[in-house]
Design a protein around this ligand. Sequence first.
Ligand code: 5GP
Length: 113
Amino acid sequence: MDTIFHKIISREIPADILYEDEHLIAFRDTGPQAPVHLLFVPKQTIASLDVAKPEHAELIGRLALAAAEYARKEGFAEDGYRVVMNCNAHGGQTVYQLHLHLLAGAHLGRFGT
Ligand code: 5GP
């Protein structure tokens, strides 16, 4: 597996990295869909939620909790935010390394509207 996100993790290509630990990395999306748009990506290769296994449960949980922690730290948790995981073609997934979008900074409206 070698996606653009793997290249960001290995520093082969640059990104605006805002958080990193031994399990995951978070960086700004270059095509933001909201004033704040980050991607939380596991360092372990998992192509999509569709192929995630029970042993990945803790890691996937870490993505959500890292996004929530970032929102609290940056002071927009109370206003609110959205987390999204796109899966496969109909879900709109374009990069086949599992990732969680964090969208915030505006009232995003009801999902799908
Ligand atoms: P997906 O559509 O797979 O759920 O999300 C992939 C996201 O990656 C898109 O929102 C897209 O804007 C973002 N993206 C694509 N290429 C790059 C890149 O080279 N750097 C960064 N930071 N984001 C990217």
